[in-house]
Ligand binder design. Structure first.
Ligand code: RIB
Length: 279
């Protein structure tokens, strides 16, 4: 099968990353490294990951009219993503403030800015739509009226309603987010568990589970995005549930091996070769 075409609907941010020896507790101040700026946002990360995985990829996003907006869109364009459906807003480009500790664990605060102005005016002809929730909810709800299957990374979960998630083809959340969701109501939900891998749930029953391979994790930011892109594209290809899950788990693990959300996004071939070598 040829690679599925995908539209990624979601956020574009400038990530401001600070390394710290450990994540601060509530009310605590911790000294960190010099800040590093990198292109990020779950939408942009998943679009770049999907393109790297080999799919024609369209990003639908909203960035500011500022230089940061130009910078994040140029980055996606340079990496082969079609950004012609992105819009510019009077609000500032979104910023994510990220702290990463010695073990690669992170905390993130997102100031959405222009992401709040996202609209889906025209959707290119695609096989699958991949969306997340760092943007306003209305355009995501409208996507359900299109004929294309919607894979929703329901992150951050606070905005996800069960009514929305029940109508998605696939919902992906991490294990913390899963605690806020009634898995029993979802026919195809995927729960990621970091270094412990991921599992697939069908109306509250775990049907498949895959452990993560051992890697030297440097930065876990963006691992979920690499996972979501690989999962959506392998699922859209019609691969078996075990194969889809394994490839996505390995893609997520690969993404932790370099700093930054887009620093180590794998090609499909790299992941297939890695899995072959381990079996
Ligand atoms: O999923 C990682 C992303 O979450 C970061 O790039 C940051 O922008 C936040 O949106």
């Amino acid at each position: 099968m040829t690679a599925p075409r995908v539209a990624v609907v979601g956020s574009c941010n400038v990530d401001v990353i600070v390394s710290v020896p450990r994540l601060p507790a509530r009310g605590e101040t911790v000294l960190g490294s010099d800040p590093v700026r990198a292109p990020g946002g779950k939408g942009a990360n998943q679009a770049v990951a999907a393109r790297r995985w080999g799919s024609p990829t369209f990003l639908v996003a909203s960035v500011g009219e500022d230089s940061e907006g130009t910078w994040v869109l140029d980055n996606a364009l340079t990496r082969g993503v079609d950004v012609s459906a992105c819009r510019r807003s009077h609000r500032p480009t979104g910023v994510a403030y990220i702290t990463v500790d010695d073990r690669g664990e992170n905390q993130i605060v997102v100031a959405p800015g222009a992401n709040a102005d996202l609209r889906v005016e025209s959707l290119p002809e695609v096989d699958v739509v991949l969306a997340q929730l760092e943007v306003v909810l209305e355009p995501i709800i409208e996507l359900l009226d299109r004929e294309v299957p919607l894979v929703l990374n329901a992150s951050p979960t606070g905005r996800a309603t069960l009514a929305l998630m029940e109508r998605c083809a696939v919902v992906v959340v991490n294990e913390l987010e899963a605690k806020e969701i009634d898995l029993g109501r979802l026919g195809h939900c995927v729960v990621t568990r970091g270094a412990r891998g991921a599992s697939v749930w069908h109306f509250g029953e775990e049907t498949h589970s895959v452990p993560a391979p051992r890697v030297e994790a440097i930065d876990t930011v963006g691992a979920g995005d690499a996972f979501c892109a690989a999962y959506a594209l392998e699922w859209a290809r019609g691969e078996s549930p075990d194969v889809v899950l394994r490839r996505a788990v390995y893609a997520g693990a690969f993404a932790t091996t370099a700093p930054g959300a887009q620093g180590a996004l794998p090609t499909r071939e790299e992941i297939l070769t890695w899995i072959d070598a381990e079996s």
